[in-house]
Ligand binder design. Structure first.
Ligand SMILES: NC(=O)c1ccc[n+]([C@@H]2O[C@H](COP(=O)([O-])OP(=O)(O)OC[C@H]3O[C@@H](n4cnc5c(N)ncnc54)[C@H](O)[C@@H]3O)[C@@H](O)[C@H]2O)c1
Length: 428
């Protein structure tokens, strides 16, 4: 049987584990990224991603696949094009001041158009503003002189994995795919099923693009809803986690738990992917917009809780020493992009607090980041618990409390601080 040759464009949180998933199944994969340092590190077997396949860390899988010759990374599209005829594009569309920035996707499409060959298949898997595949991506690829659906196949299939479960979910998460022609869709389906064992539903490109965005938006709205329940519960003097636990005993109720806000690449961006199209159509998505505002406001709510807790103890936030445990955008992640924890830190700093944040899973360096739990806690007047990490599972809370200043204020956004701790804990 001929070996499958795959080019993955964009070697980030999605592209890297996806490349390795194809490589582990025996495909020959060339990953393309614009970051020379990343490419160099990957070719040396270095990666910081917190992904595991049945317990095996991603970096170990990377080294195995490099050694087998099934994976290598490059910055050179031409080098990839010489070997591959199946492409997956996984570059991101960041949102800046509420506007989706398509420049990475456009630049990837421009580069690909220069090396595209007759007979290639291109599957776009980035989360996009609905309509992007046909209205923006396709015309750029056709600058190659080749026609989509005639000379090369083009399809869109959304990516639905959750960071931290990538390897498992590439195999088990059902997918949807749409193609510029039925032949493109069917070819993409077969290509995707090389890794995905779950059902793959065929639909139109626009439906698959839009479905992905509304899947994310519904989580954003659900989280905003439980934030309002949490504020109500706090006012009532009842425990939010217990309230949700009881409500969820109803068979048709499935409330999420509130946290420090909504972070990461996917959920906070989702509304802004719908909004430009809605505006074009003269539509206002009021509920979705409000959910975004509610979730964006949560870090501010937490900081106010801290300020009020300190005030009760006769302290001000200015010059207060505040420990922050967790910077990742969600529990057990090394990804701190668009993390609400950063918003908490920024707000604290803007109010004159001295912040010492500790998150051993997040590799990025910041002036306020410290290397040990003790450094963060020593003499702290307040502590935020914002994201769970493996290293936090064994925290001896009473001991940690002993390092902090007397009567310290603890704000727990994850409901993780033990209930028997001899301290007053503000829980959300
Ligand atoms: N992270 C997730 O869990 C997740 C889940 C589902 C869907 N998605 C979607 O998948 C897409 C990728 O997300 P991610 O988290 O992997 O992003 P990422 O930022 O981690 O990775 C994107 C990579 O693309 C590279 N890149 C940018 N421009 C390029 C170009 N012109 N050519 C080649 N490489 C280029 C970047 O250097 C980066 O390494 C996004 O659309 C995101 O919304 C992400």
């Amino acid at each position: 049987m001929n070996q499958l040759h795959v080019g993955v464009i964009g070697l980030g949180f999605v592209g890297l584990p996806l490349s390795l998933s194809y490589a582990m199944k025996g495909a020959k994969v060339i990953g393309v990224d614009v970051l020379p340092r990343l490419v160099e590190e990957l070719n040396q077997g270095i990666s910081y991603h917190q992904e595991y396949d049945e317990g095996k860390p991603l970096a170990e899988i990377l080294r195995e696949e490099l050694a087998k010759g099934n994976f290598r990374a490059t910055t050179d599209y031409r080098e990839a094009a010489n070997e591959v005829n199946h492409y997956i594009v996984t570059v991101g569309i960041p949102v800046r001041n509420g506007d989706p920035d398509l420049s990475y996707l456009i630049s990837a499409a421009e580069s690909l158009s220069q090396v595209l060959k007759k007979g290639d298949l291109v599957v776009l898997r980035s989360t996009v503003v609905p309509g992007t595949t046909e209205e923006i991506f396709l015309p750029i690829l056709e600058k190659s002189g080749l026609k989509a659906g005639v000379d090369f196949d083009l399809a869109y299939s959304s990516e639905r994995i959750a960071e931290g479960r990538a390897f498992e979910e590439f195999r088990t998460m059902p997918l949807a795919v749409g193609g510029v022609t039925e032949a493109s869709a069917l070819r993409a389906k077969e290509f995707l099923s090389f890794v995905t064992e779950a059902e793959i539903t065929l639909s139109s490109i626009k439906i698959v693009e839009t479905a992905k965005v509304i899947e994310n938006v519904q989580r954003d709205v659900n989280i905003a809803m439980v934030q309002e329940f949490a504020r109500f519960a706090e006012g009532m003097g009842i425990n939010t986690a217990e309230l949700i636990r009881v409500a969820n005993t109803h068979k048709r109720v499935n409330l999420l738990v509130p946290g420090p806000g909504v972070g990461g690449y996917c959920l906070p961006n989702a509304y802004y992917y719908l909004q430009p199209k809605a505006a074009e159509m003269g539509l206002r998505l009021g509920l979705l917009e409000m959910a975004r505002q509610i979730n964006d406001a949560v870090p501010g709510v937490l900081v106010t809780m801290m300020e009020e807790g300190l005030k009760k103890r006769g302290k001000g936030i200015r010059e207060a020493k505040i420990a922050v445990l967790g910077l990742a955008m969600k529990d057990y992640s090394n990804d701190d992009r668009i993390s609400p924890c950063h918003q908490v830190v920024s707000l604290l700093i803007s109010k004159g607090a001295i912040v010492k944040a500790y998150d051993p899973a997040v590799p990025s360096r910041y002036p306020f980041k410290v290397d040990t739990l003790e450094e963060a806690a020593d003499g702290a007047d307040g502590l935020f618990f914002l994201a769970m990490q493996k290293a936090f599972e064994g925290i001896r809370w009473q001991e940690l409390l002993g390092r902090m200043s007397e009567n310290a204020v603890l704000v727990d956004a994850k409901n993780r601080i033990p209930y028997d701790l001899k301290a007053e804990v503000i829980r959300i």
